[in-house]
Design a binder for this molecule. Sequence first.
Ligand SMILES: Cc1cc2nc3c(=O)[nH]c(=O)nc-3n(C[C@H](O)[C@H](O)[C@H](O)COP(=O)(O)OP(=O)(O)OC[C@H]3O[C@@H](n4cnc5c(N)ncnc54)[C@H](O)[C@@H]3O)c2cc1C
Length: 331
Amino acid sequence: MPAQSRPACLSWPERSGDLPRDLPDRRALDHLLRDQFPEATGTLSPIRGGRDAADKRLKRIDAPRYAKTRNHLRGAVTELSPFIRHGVLTLAEVRDTVFDRISRRDDGVKLINELGWRDFWQRMWMDLGDDINTSQEDLKTGHDSASYARELPEDIREGHTGLACMDGFRDDLTTRGWLHNHARMWMAAYVVHWRRVHWKAGADWFLEHLLDGDPASNHLSWQWVASSFSHKPYFFNKTNLERFSDGRYCRSCSSTGSCPFEGSYEQLEDQLFAPQASIRDVPAQRRRNHQGRRSGPQSSSGGDRRRGDSNSRGNGNSRGNGSAAMARPKR
Ligand SMILES: Cc1cc2nc3c(=O)[nH]c(=O)nc-3n(C[C@H](O)[C@H](O)[C@H](O)COP(=O)(O)OP(=O)(O)OC[C@H]3O[C@@H](n4cnc5c(N)ncnc54)[C@H](O)[C@@H]3O)c2cc1C
């Protein structure tokens, strides 16, 4: 496929009241922001914006390695989301770059699919409008939605849960403004399922900090974890988190003896969710049979667990109208 020419830079006339655009360095930017937004706490993210930074990241795309390692915190993910979010890069441009850099079309499938999810969420947003802020379906956790706290607990917000992983993700969220997809999933599952906090409280908190913060990708992903936009809740266990974070949090965690994520998926499911006949009847025995054959659930998504069965694709009990609940693949 021929290389695409670089899109023309967008520009618009400066108007009085605009923030200055040409600053000598990052310190000047830091000063300007402190001056203009004295109520904002924290410092600048180390992640740099702009076209040059985006180009550097585009050059580093390694789609075959991405496909093999994307679930690992140290995997070859692109970190392009802030640039895509703010229009520095278009999805089409990233797609074309992927095709330019591979020799076999199949090598690009995984990454192109993920780009497709961003497009999909945007289209859902066009369809749903402000309804992305409300639960699209009933929860499949067996708990009444009124039993979920509406406020994010202070220890989560401040990073004082005592769980090295969650406090570490919180620190990355608030200082870098970016988290790996798996970390987002783990953190969202912890907030919603372990702490029984309404997904909207967590989603709003993410949006306060993410450089790639996008209402559609963010809110609908939180709903996907919570199960109000999917046919079952997403959750994980310690083995999964430890494996895909290379043990970096568990090694130094002060809660080792009381880790809430410790246990088999069956144990955690019993602990987190209320029994529901429709979910338990058929798959339960099948799950136990599987469990007997292997030490933990394995899947192309790296062993994460969706409640109920080992394949979340096309097995939903949603409204049956082609929604994400039916289509969303395991990640
Ligand atoms: C709870 C939760 C909240 C999220 N909030 C946001 C958000 O506010 N903004 C946002 O852009 N993404 C969000 N995502 C999706 C995903 O986590 C990020 O897009 C991804 O981690 C960005 O890192 P990357 O650029 O290295 O992605 P890569 O894996 O390298 O993928 C390349 C690009 O594809 C798109 N993409 C990849 N995975 C997804 C996905 N699951 N959903 C939508 N687009 C995807 C992104 O534009 C990304 O930059 C969220 C996911 C979860 C579970």
